[in-house]
Design a protein around this ligand. Sequence first.
Ligand code: SAH
Length: 481
Amino acid sequence: MTTEQAKLNAFPVFMRVDGQSVVIVGNGEEALAKARLLSQSSAILKIIAEKPEPALWSWIAANRPVHIADAYDAAQLHGAALVFAASGNEALDRRIVTDARAIKIPANAVDRPDLCDFFTPAIVNRAPVCVAIGTEGAGPVLSQMIRARVDQMLSPTLGRLASLAADFRERAEALLPRGSARRRFWRDFFEGEPARALEIGHAAEAEEAANLLLARRTAAEGHIALVGAGPGAEDLLTLRAQRLLMQADFIVYDALVPEAVVAMGRRDAERLPVGKRKGCHSKSQAEINDLLVALGQQGKRVVRLKSGDPLVFGRAGEEMQALRDANISYEVVPGVTAAFAAAAEFELPLTLRGVASSLVFTTGHDLKGETLPDWGRLAISGATVAVYMGRSVAADVAGRLIEAGLSPDTAVAVVENASLGTRRLFHGTIADLPALEHRDELSGPVMTLIGDAVAGANFANSEPLTSQRALLAKTAQGAHA
Ligand code: SAH
């Protein structure tokens, strides 16, 4: 798996079929399935079925499409917007598709993907709203599963709400300036009182509520959401984070935030990378604070995306202080912090009955001073220690802890790129930890977990910290010195 988005071989579009004819050729179940699907549209359905099977026959009787009870003939396709070959006979299906293509009509042959110019999606129909699901042949079971979930998410009255929106669109555009005021109106429209009134079937009240919303026309207020993007895998994002991303005007994100998460934002949201990765050009923290305040003052809805959890080594404290000082509203949305993702990779219980009952999040950068920081003592008393940004101080961390009395045999687990396809896992003891500094091939973020509980991890997918390669590198360095 890579983080790069795979390309679609079939691109979804919504095709106009109102008042146009759509032809289905076939007598059996496949033709019936397509007839049912297409009858959800306002297309004029034309079924070419010389001898319809009983189920198709009764469907035709009940739904009254145009029925041509003749053998197939190419002339029957003329003027159609789409053609479906559902004869069940490969040679005939091929002929139908060839005939359709000859007169530039896109064709679909049921269960013969090679012959298809287009595929039909599974659909969730809330006309005029429609969600179409395509899998390019991964199969109907998958699309039906997705369909069922989407169906649950969308109110049955969504279609009526969308129709009401269409009635208001012109007025909203005339009265509200483009941008956040207009977006705010629509958000309140779709999520507020008009939606609630329609849900309980009060159409007149819904319209009145929409009129009120339009008349109020208050200036939009800015809002900043400090959002945890999780450790890297895009599906470790919370649903709340995703919803806020879809509403954001601005997405301000750090270097470690996965691209796929940034991409989940509203399509026309502005995206501002602010760096903060070792060695990369980036904005200073003060500049970021000022930026957030300025956006808030302009009435923007901002998602400030941070990797992992925003309150763990994320400098969110400074950003929240700046927002409070400027009286701008904000909220915090937690995320999966790197230590949790790293523990999951190793199936490692961070707390373990009788072994470890506390958990320390640290950076190791505070070990430079004279005295051992508090967490050093905690480590010695059995806490599990998660070291963030610890690769370059690995030797220091190990040396100081051993010096202070931690057993050199204490277990250590290290993971680069936790939760991503590019993950690499290592294990050893704290005596081995300095080897981490010689692993120059590690270019991604690295998490180190130390403690007695770590010994209970699953090391099946990890290599020793002091594997041959690292040792060789170390020796080579020694030889140069
Ligand atoms: N707020 C973040 C931490 C930011 S500090 C969080 O809660 O996770 C950046 C450090 O986090 C990195 O140096 C590394 O130690 C750790 N980190 C972030 N993502 C990681 C990942 N996918 N795998 C391993 N460590 C990671």
